[in-house]
Design a protein. Structure first.
Length: 216
């Protein structure tokens, strides 16, 4: 956006496209669901174990376990497994932060652009996913390391894990958001019909009609 403003300097303000709020929310939800596919579904330990142990018969990618983990998994999680439920929920607040940052960025981005295209939304989704991932990892360091001995090397060693997956699924989230936004914006609300007006019957003009309960 900064480079676009520099190159368009002196050209005057460009008109911004009007983005319906409902379409922007649907686009943000579709993009966030794409990120949640990696963060929630693929990062679940049984699913992740299946991906990491899958290997072709041979060749260049005979053991792609670690490669798949880096390119497909934004994290890793399992059930409480006997741990206190409060600690387990506190540990996964960082995942909620990541999804919230992605949704908010994809919700606001179409209104900030002069034209919400697939490349611009894809780049914006990548930036939002990477920043959200780093913010969630920093939050996890502060929550998990509370009350422990301060060891920066061990506590910050995991910062940056999952960035290849953030790039991959960030691109996919931006494309999904752009397609959803285009489809939702193309839908025009139905035109309301004007209220019908009952015209008087010309055959009864000039006559007074009495009901059964009205005295003559």
């Amino acid at each position: 956006m900064f480079a676009a403003r520099v190159t368009a300097k002196g050209a005057g303000p460009l008109p911004q496209a009007v983005v319906p709020a409902r379409a922007a929310r649907l686009a943000a939800t579709a993009g966030t669901a794409t990120i949640a596919l990696s963060l929630v579904v693929l990062s679940y330990q049984p699913v992740a174990a299946t991906l990491q142990t899958a290997s072709p018969d041979g060749g260049l990618f005979a053991e792609p376990g670690d490669l798949l983990r880096q390119w497909l998994l934004l994290g890793g999680w399992a059930g409480p497994a006997g741990a206190p439920l409060g600690d387990w929920l506190l540990h996964h607040v960082a995942d909620v932060l990541l999804l919230a940052m992605v949704w908010w960025a994809l919700r606001r981005l179409p209104g900030l652009l002069t034209r919400a295209t697939v490349p611009t939304l894809a780049i914006g989704a990548v930036c939002a996913t990477v920043l959200g991932l780093l913010a969630s990892q920093l939050l996890r360091v502060t929550t998990d390391g509370a009350g422990q001995r301060w060891e920066p090397l061990s506590q910050f060693a995991g910062i940056g894990d999952g960035v290849p997956a953030a790039l991959t699924f960030g691109l996919a989230a931006g494309v999904a958001a752009a397609m959803t936004l285009r489809a939702a914006a193309a839908r025009k609300p139905p035109t309301p019909r004007p209220p019908s007006r009952i015209l008087p019957d010309p055959s009864t003009a000039g006559h007074v009609r009495f009901s059964a309960a009205t005295p003559p």
